[in-house]
Design a protein around this ligand. Structure first.
Ligand code: NFS
Ligand code: SF4
Length: 655
């Protein structure tokens, strides 16, 4: 277990507090819960009840004769399929909402981005001319739903990949038919006594993962943008210091925007604010955790209370009236923990019930009524708050909201939208390359340590960083999303940041918004000058502190789309050299992308830079030179970076 639990001073303070009160958290449970070493390495098969078969010592076959490679491939494939299922089901609900808006069955929702509605309808071959938003929305929602259940043909967004990639997928039989179908097929193939060819099993996993990136997640992003607005830069703040001592604190946690956006609207209603004041509060303060937070940060500038490992810590402040959860990444520890405080855990999804929580089911048909009830429940709970609360005075300011659309706009204005400046600056070496640093926190690692160290090193080396998910939260908490951070970038990257006016780390949203990175990478690849496909780009995808099945699904679809993907932390296929080779060298041969599990953030940085330089060389671009754009070295050893200063407990940037 990690020596240090977190590099975040707010987390450390809350953990001290928990220890003083003898309260357990994921951080402490990680100390006392030893992972089963057999399962951790992927060496356990539980796919039938002759087993579980444990591949230890000289055992190289299960009772049925299954080989270590087969069971490793099956375990990995099932995890990828489960991750894809989660993102696709999220997308499905947004497709339902889109259709409901079109049919007038979701009266509290409107189409916010009419332009994007029409562009996206175009992908689905839906007629837009002379039709109302509602007519288009109905057709669009229904067309998207067919993508989930499609049995033949191809998922719609496949055509948004580069022509070369589409061709490759078709030739290899990797083009997914429908999202549900490919996931079901992985579970069929990996059932006892079925597919016994590890490569074939993992091909099915790649196909299932593509239904995440190019269907479920991409639909989630697009439809959320259409309904709630396509993000543009917003400023906000991050970390537990965003909670307010004298206001009703409502936290939204989970992954979906549907409920949270309505709760925000209800909480902004002057009547509700008056009601809160009648209970002695100064107002209502909404903040978020995990990806629901990212959804409302990106579009409405709602502050981030923290990432995955902050969910318990927020309750420990004693200052949270209502903790509203929808789906995914919600710890079962929340309800018993909240029982020690006045905090009400409110579940809203039929797919995310928790015994002991207050269940207020969310429905698109009367969304505002439900949202108002939730906000009222929170306000009514304010008088129960204890006198003494413990909100750490720690937060940092940030800029988020970098949609693919905005990136286009910022580089060329309304009429010359393009990625040309970005491509040119990569080609001329101001930007050495691009890295997506995304994904989870993992209680078995030091919280945020790898995220922050990797990103700090990359921007110093002129690598432009894109972030999403809990990685985005980590960056926000440590000031890495603020424009001042360009001072810590290499000279070339800094120049680009100054010219375009962006921070060197761009927050692109929630985990389903990794689809924005796919879209941006595809555009970079087709804009010209950097090859013709994603695998030609000097770019790497990194999930430094991963832990969910969703993360594996994301990693897999980036690999299938041509990216080099590095995961830090646990290696789920550590028990088989052959499988590790298959998903790295093997997949590289097949799809020009590879997945590697690499220990230690320093090694991840080294591999990232080496890959970027190799790709630059293959593209015959100028060799990256840290001094080309300024004579003096940009890095002063021992210099105190804001992230470090912050971690050292300096007062936050928050006014
Ligand atoms: Ni992504 Fe978002 Fe966080 Fe990991 Fe969970 S919240 S979907 S899975 S833990 S980044
Ligand atoms: Fe053991 Fe084979 Fe059953 Fe897996 S499927 S548990 S390896 S007998």
């Amino acid at each position: 277990m990690p020596q240090k639990k977190s590099i975040d001073p707010a987390a450390l303070r809350m953990l001290d507090l928990a220890q003083g009160q003898n309260i357990l958290t994921a951080f402490t449970r990680a100390d006392s819960t030893k992972p089963c070493p057999i399962g951790a390495d992927g060496n356990c098969c539980r796919n039938c009840w002759m087993g579980p078969c444990r591949f230890v010592g000289k055992t190289n076959n299960g009772i049925c004769g299954a080989t270590r490679e087969t069971i490793q491939a099956r375990n990995l494939a099932r995890a990828i399929a489960a991750g894809s299922a989660s993102h696709s089901d999220h997308g499905r609900d947004l497709a339902h909402l889109m259709a409901a808006i079109g049919k007038g069955e979701a009266p509290d929702y409107k189409i916010k981005d009419e332009g994007k509605l029409r562009i996206v309808a175009g992908y689905f071959d839906i007629k837009t001319e002379g039709r109302t938003n509602e007519e288009i929305a109905k057709d669009l929602g229904e067309a998207a739903l067919r993508d989930f259940g499609r049995q033949d043909g191809e998922i719609t967004y496949i055509k948004r990949a580069t022509p070369k990639r589409q061709e490759m997928w078709r030739k290899l039989g990797l083009t997914p038919k429908g999202a549900d179908r490919e996931v079901v097929e992985v579970f069929h193939r990996t059932h006892m006594g079925n597919d016994q060819d590890p490569e074939d099993i993992l091909d099915a996993a790649l196909r299932a993962s593509l239904t995440d990136g190019w269907c479920g997640s991409m639909i989630s992003t697009d439809f959320s943008d259409i309904i709630f607005g396509t993000p543009t830069p917003v400023s906000a703040s991050a970390n537990l210091g965003v909670l307010k001592e004298d206001e009703v604190n409502i936290i939204v946690h989970g992954h979906e925007p549907q409920g949270a956006a309505m709760v925000l609207e209800a909480a902004s209603d002057p009547e509700m604010i008056k009601y809160a004041q009648s209970k002695g509060a100064k107002g209502i303060n909404l903040s978020g955790i995990c990806c629901t937070a990212n959804e409302v940060l990106m579009r409405q500038g709602i502050p981030l209370a923290g990432n995955f490992l902050h969910q318990e810590l927020a309750i420990l402040t004693g200052a949270v009236e209502a903790f509203i959860v929808d789906v995914q990444c919600i710890m079962e520890a929340l309800v018993p923990l909240a029982g020690k405080f006045h905090t009400k855990i409110i579940t809203t999804s039929p797919k995310g019930r928790i015994p002991g929580a207050t269940h207020i089911p969310f429905s698109e048909h009367d969304a505002m009524t439900v949202a108002r009830l939730i906000v009222k429940t929170a306000i009514d709970n304010y008088p129960n708050r204890p006198k003494q609360v413990n909100i750490p005075d720690t937060s940092n300011t940030l800029i988020a909201g970098f949609s693919h659309e905005y990136l286009n706009y910022m580089q060329g204005g309304m009429f010359r939208q393009s990625f040309r400046p970005l491509n040119d600056n990569v080609a001329n070496g101001r930007i050495r390359g691009v890295a997506g640093v995304v994904g989870c926190n993992n209680a078995t690692m030091t919280q945020d340590d790898s995220h922050i160290n990797i990103i700090r090193e990359l921007i110093k080396n002129d690598v432009l960083v894109l972030t999403t998910g809990c990685g985005g939260h980590a960056c926000g908490k440590f000031g890495m999303l603020s424009p001042e951070m360009m001072e810590n970038a290499g000279h070339g990257l800094k120049e680009v940041c100054q010219a375009i006016g962006i921070p060197p780390v761009l927050h692109m949203g929630s985990c389903v918004d990794n689809s924005r990175i796919l879209t941006a990478a595809t555009q970079m690849a087709t804009e010209g000058g950097l090859g013709e496909d994603i695998n030609d780009l000097p770019a790497v995808g990194i999930a430094p502190e991963w832990m969910t099945e969703k993360a594996l699904a994301i990693g897999a679809y980036f690999v299938a789309s041509g990216a080099y993907v590095i995961f830090g932390g646990p290696n789920p296929v550590a028990g088989s050299e052959a499988i590790q080779k298959l998903i790295s060298a093997g997949w590289e041969k097949k799809v020009d992308g590879k997945l590697e599990f690499v220990e230690g953030w320093e090694n991840i940085v080294a591999k990232t830079l080496a890959h970027i330089d190799a790709k630059r060389k293959a593209l015959k671009l100028v060799e990256w030179d840290p001094n080309r754009f300024a004579p003096s070295a940009s890095y002063v050893p021992g210099e105190m970076y804001p992230a470090e200063a912050y971690a050292a407990g300096k007062r936050s940037a928050k006014a």
